[in-house]
Design a protein around this ligand. Sequence first.
Ligand code: DX5
Ligand code: ZN
Length: 224
Amino acid sequence: MVEILPSILSADFARLGEEITRVERAGVSMLHVDVMDGHFVPNITIGPPVVKSIRKITKLTLDVHLMITDPDRYAPAFIEAGADQISVHQEVCPHLDRTLRMIQSEGALAGVVLNPSTPVSTLEEVLDLADYVLVMSVNPGFGGQQFLPNSLNRVRALEARRRQRGLAFHIEMDGGLGPENVLDAVQAGCDWVVAGSSIFHSDDPETAVKRMQQLARQATAVRA
Ligand code: DX5
Ligand code: ZN
């Protein structure tokens, strides 16, 4: 089943609990949490204490996207704070195999993220190890950017490898996603669709989520 993951980056941080409750009411089961360090990307967001606070108020799966230069150092603290799954950028992991295994041994699912300019082929040797692959459909760092259409080809390439090799990793997409392109994303092979501004900057986040869920279901029917 395809999941829509609201990204709290676009939520009102002063009312974060309420914002999360709103999307919970729409029936989501996963929440996307963006961690930025001001080095890997030109923006700074949140750390483990905020994840710990979120963990206390929700049972949703917390999908933590680490846009930081040293994920090996910080991933355990995010898992300890309550992250269920952690994704790390291929671009900052010279020992990607080791990093993914470390995350799994700490008790979380391990994902690997690709920037728009990083070839899918760089993941060839870890596709049987990763629990999920996150394809960035914008250059990471900010919400509200425009979707890069070539990302769909990249998802198709991953989905082809998954099928050919009989693998089970999930495919996630993040950046510039909303009602206008969720159908394309799911048809290309996405299982998890992240959306920030199209949900939290809409007039009614609950309705925005439901609309995307409905479109995703239609696309799944076509894919099947
Ligand atoms: C961007 C973040 C995204 C961001 C997406 O670097 O990784 O998760 O929240 O926001 P939208 O959906 O507004 O592009
Ligand atoms: Zn993200």
